[in-house]
Design a protein around this ligand. Structure first.
Ligand SMILES: Nc1ncnc2c1ncn2[C@@H]1O[C@H](COP(=O)(O)OP(=O)(O)OP(=O)(O)O)[C@@H](O)[C@H]1O
Length: 255
């Protein structure tokens, strides 16, 4: 039998996930307020239960590849994306990402709702590593893409969740990233904005330079965009392979 060897060099990979496990500590009893929590903590009466959100997950994503993550609610997809984006530290294992990441997860998490949209663009831009001069030069692109020119001086607390998502997506994708991480968050946008976002994501994909990690509950969207897929179920990696094979097996499981 011929042995298939992987001739891909390490530099050809944009993302390497090596044996990642994530354990969350959850209070084993329900506490109603912070005071109760601290009293229990001081009295050493606070007990935790370990919850294994990810169990020994490993996969690699080649540069320019579009990898989908599928799995039912609570299976660990967002946790995996957050670990790759550097938002969470894995309990075990490691992740290597080559290049800069545009994480479209928890859109707007870095925003200050008391500030205006314009101020938030500068604030969020700084968090993404952009200078003031860079934002000055790209402000029109961001505002035009978000289609919210008339609302730039309104505090974000008066924005709807879809409007916040528009601003956040426009900032995060104003330049081509090396790695784009897209979570379900775009679903808060209206259908026209979702299509606009998908077009921009497609442009990145078609450039062949951007590696995309994609989580969606729409298998049709996953099939439309992704070349390969990882199926994670209850924290375990069930399957990795061509999108059609993985989506077919996933559908079969629940039909
Ligand atoms: N900070 C946290 N503390 C405790 N448990 C958490 C935390 N974050 C996630 N979890 C748990 O980890 C599990 C995986 O959650 P995760 O959000 O990664 O799932 P998901 O596959 O993205 O789900 P969905 O499809 O519903 O978005 C869930 O059971 C969730 O309750």
């Amino acid at each position: 039998m011929a042995v298939k060897t992987d001739t891909t060099n390490s530099e050809d990979y944009a993302i390497e996930v090596n044996d990642v496990s994530m354990i969350f500590n959850m209070a084993s009893e329900r506490l109603d307020n912070l005071k109760e929590y601290f009293i229990k903590l001081v009295k050493h009466e606070l007990f935790f239960e370990e919850f294994h959100a990810l169990k020994h997950v490993s996969f690699k994503v080649r540069r320019g590849e579009v990898l989908g993550l599928v799995g039912t609610n609570g299976s660990g997809k967002s946790t995996m994306l957050k670990i790759i984006a550097g938002v969470l530290e894995p309990s075990e294992g490691s992740v290597r990402v080559h290049g800069n990441i545009a994480p479209l997860i928890e859109l707007g998490a870095g925003f200050d709702i008391e500030l205006t949209a314009r101020e938030n663009i500068y604030l969020n831009g700084a968090l993404l590593g952009y200078t003031k001069e860079f934002i000055d030069a790209h402000l029109d692109d961001i505002v035009d893409f978000a289609e919210l020119r008339d609302f730039m001086d309104m505090p974000l607390k008066n924005y709807s969740s879809g409007m916040v998502a528009r601003i956040a997506f426009a900032i995060a994708t104003v330049v081509e990233p090396d790695v784009l991480i897209v979570d379900e968050t775009l679903s808060v946008g209206d259908v026209f904005f979702q299509e606009k976002c998908e077009r921009r994501i497609r442009e990145f994909i078609e450039s062949g330079r951007v590696t995309v990690l994609f989580v969606s509950h729409s298998l049709e969207q996953v099939e439309r965009l992704c070349t390969r897929c990882v199926w994670i179920e209850k924290g375990e990696q069930r399957m990795i392979g061509d999108t059609d094979d993985v989506c077919q097996a996933y559908r079969r499981q629940f039909n």
